[in-house]
Design a protein around this ligand. Structure first.
Ligand code: RB5
Length: 146
């Protein structure tokens, strides 16, 4: 199950990704927003992040104008490693090295085709583990001291 969320700035990216997941038969839960009216991105990013942190969803894909606001919000939730991504290399590497569980993208930064491509890469790339596990564990350790 994939958690999807966006504000008005990321709405069209979310809709494009939703359509793509539907075509591929991948289950998702859409936490809104559901149109382009102006809304506050933390509300939607938090919902998706909690669904991932709580185990209801394996990954999240969340969008706003830049991808930055939703990533800042999601990263406040324990267990979330959310990455703002704008290109294929970063989409792959944040899975391989950071074991990111939320992909963040900006509707004012990339187009819909690019977002779909990056979502595919993100969802299909495994974590490399090995020396990267220790580093991800160091991030998790920080969460214990907040
Ligand atoms: C909304 O105008 C915009 O601030 C938001 O979508 C996002 O880019 C914030 O980081």
């Amino acid at each position: 199950m994939i958690a999807l969320a966006a504000d008005h700035g990321g709405y069209y990216l979310k809709e494009a990704i939703k359509k793509h997941l539907e075509l591929k038969g991948i289950e998702f839960k859409d936490f809104g927003t559901y149109d382009t009216s102006s809304v506050d991105y933390p509300v939607y990013a938090e919902k998706a992040a909690r669904a991932v942190a709580g185990g209801e969803c394996r990954f999240g894909i969340i969008c706003c104008g830049t991808g930055i606001g939703v990533s800042m919000t999601a990263n406040k939730i324990k267990g979330i490693r959310a990455a703002v991504v704008t290109n294929e290399f970063c989409a792959e590497m944040t899975r391989r090295h950071n074991d990111a569980n939320i992909l963040c993208m900006g509707g004012r930064v990339i187009d819909e085709n690019t977002a779909v491509k990056l979502a595919d890469i993100f969802l299909n790339t495994p974590f490399d583990g090995g020396r990267h596990s220790k580093r991800v564990d160091m991030i998790k350790e920080l969460e214990q001291n907040i």
